[in-house]
Design a protein around this ligand. Structure first.
Ligand SMILES: CC(C)(COP(=O)(O)OP(=O)(O)OC[C@H]1O[C@@H](n2cnc3c(N)ncnc32)[C@H](O)[C@@H]1OP(=O)(O)O)[C@@H](O)C(=O)NCCC(=O)NCCS
Length: 87
């Protein structure tokens, strides 16, 4: 989604379990980043559970950095990381 201040925000990003590690996530992310750049957006942000090491590694590979810890961000009480990529 695009927020009112002109930033892209990823609300959900997932590849079905049986289809992971085959490059689909990379293709989706590459296409998304390209479209954001074409729209002139300068920043993409997302939230991820701090326990989700797989996704955090994936996002870091695509240039996202951890920008903040979000205490008890999830309804089960787990903290989140806000991750940000500048375009
Ligand atoms: C994160 C996720 C979307 C990655 O999708 P994917 O299709 O498996 O990713 P790709 O196959 O395109 O992988 C791209 C690169 O990311 C890295 N990567 C992906 N999964 C990884 C893992 N389990 N461990 C280490 N690196 C990983 C690899 O470096 C890979 O590069 P390679 O192809 O050279 O090995 C997928 O694991 C997923 O759906 N996870 C569950 C949902 C989720 O947690 N989403 C995030 C919530 S915010």
């Amino acid at each position: 989604m695009i927020s009112s201040d002109g930033q892209a925000r990823i609300l959900m990003f997932a590849v079905s379990a049986g289809w992971r590690r085959r490059g689909f996530g990379r293709q989706i992310m590459d296409a998304f980043v390209q479209r954001c750049a074409m729209r002139g957006l300068r920043r993409i942000e997302l939230e991820v559970r701090i326990s989700n090491e797989e996704a955090i590694r994936f996002y870091k590979r695509y240039g996202f950095d951890i920008a903040a810890v979000l205490p008890k961000f999830y309804t089960d009480g787990e903290d989140g990381f806000k991750m940000v990529k500048h375009l």
